[in-house]
Design a protein around this ligand. Sequence first.
Ligand SMILES: *Cc1c(COP(=O)(O)O)cnc(C)c1O
Length: 357
Amino acid sequence: MKATLTIDLPAIVANWRDLAARGAPGAVAGVVKADGYGLGAAEVGRALRDAGCRHFFVALPAEGMALRAALGAGPMIGVLGGFAPGADGDAALTPVLNSLGDVTAHAAAARVAGVARRAILHVDTGMARLGLDAGELARVTQDHGLLAGLDLLYVMTHLACADEPGNLMNAAQATRFAAACAGLPAMRRSLANSSGLFLGPGFASDLARPGCALYGINPTPDHPNPMRGVLRLDAPVLQVRDIPAGTPVGYGATWSAPRPTRIATVAVGYADGYLRSLSGRAVADFRGRSVPLVARVSMDLTTFDVTDLPEIAAGDRLTLIGGDGCSADEVAARAGTIGYEVLTSLGARYAREYRRG
Ligand SMILES: *Cc1c(COP(=O)(O)O)cnc(C)c1O
């Protein structure tokens, strides 16, 4: 008996349409890095393509090549991590140029080939990870000839604090981005991630790049989630057993039954991405009622106290993610992390079912 991950593709498409309405009149991409945040980049990509999405982003060239094979020719696939000229294996991927070195390498390759090279120019406005820094930007601003041979589809930047609407970083980054763009040749701009789409008109651009909100993660953590839930993890109960008060459960004997207790053991553990930090902290949903996780999460097994729901029997399924009280964001909060990490940690052992309509 396997645990099942059910992924609701129409809900992802509906989320993309909602975000596309917020991004209008600009375009809205689909960010499908890390295998579509763990949910399946090929399936998600095809569903979004069929709904009209024309721009995708991945992190790595290998992700881009796999996505190209899934999508066929047509949509732009931007590679956020960039790549050396020629390293995209003819998949017609669009590199994000993250440094002056990236710019000069691709411009030189374009001049040798005699064909303009499509690329996206990334300027750093406040993350200090990737993107042209202030000095590099100044050089390009003074000498647009450095960009000769490049067909720059967009100039982009990335917001550090978009999920905190009150954070002054947001306006500071928007201002720095506008100044950077003013010094560059005219080209389209790409600014907002999921949360950035909720920051207001100052964060509109020609191409938004939402990821997490497509997958149902709340892009507005201070407010109710405006997105549709996308994911459900249902785990089979392998055994139910009654234990007397005082009986310890699980590794380390960290929890003992405070009363005569019924324990349901389900076939999901930290090897499946059901994080060990959930030990003693999570709940599962059984037909709208909550059962508490007790004791430690093991590699392949997790135990729940089902004393108050005596109808639960071996073979029943508990919803561990995507039910009442256990959305991906709620599970993340109980694990001390963010929904992104819950999704991208989902393991390889699940039966995956894609809902298509
Ligand atoms: C991951 C990523 C995104 C998507 O961010 P979300 O917060 O998931 O919407 C957008 N842009 C860049 C550069 C990214 O790395």
